[in-house]
Design a protein. Structure first.
Length: 405
């Protein structure tokens, strides 16, 4: 593959692509999942091209890096100077009544632009090529020999196609038609400054929808967002909830904030559906595969994990191997998360437990155990029960943490 640049020297040159031979792997999307896959695959000696016209960018999300992400990918330690350590989480009802829970291990809040830039830089250092181009169309190459990606700068021939292009993935629509994922809309605002509690994140839950509002402090701003199931609240309602929370939190009414919206892809797999995330010459990773957690909507850790599984699968025989690795890695976790979502969020039981936690230590301890188990993900059901027992012991937590705003 030969990259050429044309255009007047006093203007930003526009790239033109001429194919001399196919790239081994073409990745559409240079977010954390796509750039991580590009880094790992290029490091193994493969010719990798990753296409994304706007990376790195600020995706509408919380940006939390949880302890398991650092356990699985120690390189993330490099980001800690650019992130904010969060030591506690306030859990509250939609009326603003709640309590603060101390985390056993902290979350690190980072801008998605910062995370994306860091990961893309690592991919380029490994030898991957980033083309800042939009893929307009994807077709099977002649005689079924890979794929052709059409851009305004020319077409690109790749042997293996990887979709890392988010929940509305073009790659998924072309390579795996009929494969549906669950979409959940989000809206986010970015108020300036870390807020009044820069070491505490917030989660607000609702009676009438199985979603939640978050307020995550970052180094120089906050991510205040909300996620709900598809076909429930529309954009005006989402913005109204964010603005209502900001007013309650003491944000100036006249403060202008940047806003953004997106959808995340959450897993709803049943038996056999993991075979749809890959084939002999294609694979889907991150939100394109629907790998966001179906309970929390968290997707960064699973996006990075799926990229690593893809690299492992290709090294062991091809993208189809990756599909089985993904099933082994995610199926049990996703099934448990969907069950907990039904039992706690969709049934309303979780809100009842949360309200009882305002006055009763046993319920408060259960919420504290759930928060730490979801943050750490090391013990499963047994770990949750152990945390619940420990949190319920006298002296293990200060009941004064249960408070009204």
């Amino acid at each position: 593959m030969l990259l050429m640049f044309e255009g007047p020297t006093d203007e930003r040159p526009e790239p033109r692509v001429e194919m001399t031979e196919p790239a081994d792997i073409g990745i559409v999307g240079a977010g954390p999942a796509g750039a991580r896959a590009a880094e790992l695959l290029a490091s193994s000696g493969r010719r990798v091209v990753v296409l994304d016209p706007k990376a790195p960018w600020e995706k509408p999300c919380g940006g939390g890096l949880t302890p398991p992400a650092f356990d699985a990918m120690p390189e993330l330690e490099e980001l800690k100077p650019l992130a904010r350590r969060t030591r506690s989480v306030r859990v509250e009802s939609q009326l603003g009544r709640g309590f603060v829970i101390t985390l056993e291990r902290p979350i690190w809040m980072v801008s998605r632009r910062t995370l994306g830039e860091w990961q893309l830089r690592r991919a380029l250092a490994a030898g991957a090529v980033h083309l800042p181009m939009k893929v307009d169309r994807i077709e099977r190459a002649e005689c079924g020999n890979g794929w052709r990606l059409y851009t305004q700068a020319g077409d690109i021939h790749v042997r293996i196609l990887v979709g890392a292009d988010g929940a509305a993935s073009l790659v998924r629509r072309v390579a795996a038609p009929g494969f549906k994922i669950e979409l959940e809309p989000t809206r986010v605002a970015y108020p300036r400054g870390p807020g009044p509690t820069p070491d505490t994140a917030l989660l607000r839950f609702y009676d009438d929808v199985a979603g939640y509002l978050w307020d995550f402090p970052r180094p120089d701003h906050r991510s205040v967002g909300i996620v709900v199931p598809q076909d429930t609240w529309r954009r005006p309602r989402l913005d109204l909830e964010i603005d209502g929370y900001r007013t309650h939190a003491g944000c100036p009414d006249e403060e202008a904030v940047d806003r953004a919206g997106a959808v995340i892809g959450t897993a709803q797999f049943g038996h056999g559906n993991y075979s749809r995330v890959a084939g002999p010459d294609f694979a889907l990773i991150g939100d394109a595969a629907g790998f966001a957690d179906p309970l929390t909507g968290e997707g960064i850790q699973n996006a990075l994990h799926s990229a690593g599984l893809l690299a492992e699968g290709i090294s062991k025989g091809g993208p189809a191997v990756y599909a089985d690795l993904a099933r082994q890695a995610f199926e049990r976790e996703f099934r448990s998360a969907r069950l907990v979502r039904r039992c706690l969020l969709e049934s309303g039981l979780g809100m009842k437990i949360l309200r009882r936690g305002f006055e009763h230590r046993v319920s408060w301890a259960f919420v504290a155990a759930c928060v730490n188990e979801l943050n750490d993900r090391r013990g499963g059901l047994g770990g949750l029960l152990g945390r619940w027992i420990r949190a319920n012991r006298p002296g293990s937590g200060d009941p004064a943490d249960r408070s009204n705003p």
